[in-house]
Design a protein around this ligand. Structure first.
Ligand code: NAD
Length: 251
């Protein structure tokens, strides 16, 4: 049994992950940490505001906020606990700071911008297809409470679709924004509507044919298998790893 803690345990993702760990036969949920919600329940464990409780674990899963995650990672490294991180906001500078903190481990750290196996595959397939097409467009569709556009997944997909096949096709806009945003040669359109959760189409075209790769998230539960995969493997990945591609045999 691997002893696991959840940080941000009272949040939407934290509660889901805590319940998933509690339900897994090979994992033992030993601590649920969330300074804002002590005394509540996460996966059958009482949430604590004491970060030292995380020290009872071999692996901690972190789903918190971009403004607190780096200080937490410093604590987990000091406690000698491997970290699996889902919190957003890991740009190149932040990843460099994590590499500096964890070195070659142990403890180790796995940071994944997206734990959804379907989304990771969608990005991988788009990257594979891009060199074979003249141009590509992305349509990302999200719920109406999402505050920013385009999504991080759309930006990451566009950036990975290099070096081949990228060309933003010019066309006079009769209404401003009609042609979407040009992200490194890939046109990105963002749809925001109540009723949607998180969806993305990558449409690639050349003379006489198009290829559409589509991913739909219908529930946050989509993130759990990727998180559990990372929890089970982070101990054997020295230092800092970014993404779960390697664990899926895609890297
Ligand atoms: P949320 O707001 O529901 O939960 C965040 C929780 O963190 C809250 O309960 C809050 O009290 C807690 N928290 C605040 N400060 C803390 C601290 N110092 N230490 C520990 N906990 C603290 O948010 P959410 O929807 O659960 O998302 C959490 C993060 O995960 C966000 O950054 C989100 O973008 C990201 N996310 C990533 C993926 C992925 O696949 N990588 C998937 C979903 C969400």
């Amino acid at each position: 049994m691997t002893r696991v803690a959840v940080s941000g345990a009272a949040g939407r993702m934290g509660r889901l992950v805590a319940a998933g760990i509690a339900a897994a036969d090979d994992l033992d949920l030993v601590a649920a940490y969330d300074p804002a919600h002590p005394g509540t329940d996460a996966g059958g464990v009482e949430v604590t505001a004491d970060p030292a409780a995380v020290g009872a674990a071999e692996v901690v899963v972190e789903f918190t906020r971009p403004d607190v995650v780096m200080a937490n990672l410093a604590d987990w490294q000091r406690l000698g606990v491997h970290a699996v991180v889902g919190t957003s906001g890991f740009d190149a500078d932040r990843i460099a700071a994590a590499v500096e903190l964890f070195g070659s481990g142990p403890p180790n750290c796995l940071i994944a911008p997206n734990f959804s196996i379907g989304a990771v595959l969608m990005m991988h397939f788009a990257e594979q297809a891009a060199p074979h097409f003249t141009a590509a467009e992305i349509v990302e569709m999200h719920h109406d409470r999402k505050s920013d556009a385009p999504s991080g997944t759309a930006l990451a997909t566009a950036r990975r679709m290099r070096p081949g096949g990228r060309r933003h096709v010019e066309s006079e806009e009769l209404a401003a924004g009609a042609r979407g945003a040009d992200v490194e040669g890939v046109t990105v359109h963002a749809v925001r509507l109540p009723g949607l959760l998180a969806h993305q189409l990558v449409v690639l075209g050349h003379e006489g044919e198009t290829l559409t790769i589509r991913h739909d998230t219908t529930d946050r539960a989509s993130f759990l298998p990727g998180v559990l995969l990372a929890v089970r493997n982070v101990g054997s990945l020295p230092g800092v790893t970014v993404g779960i591609e390697g664990l899926l045999g895609l890297a």
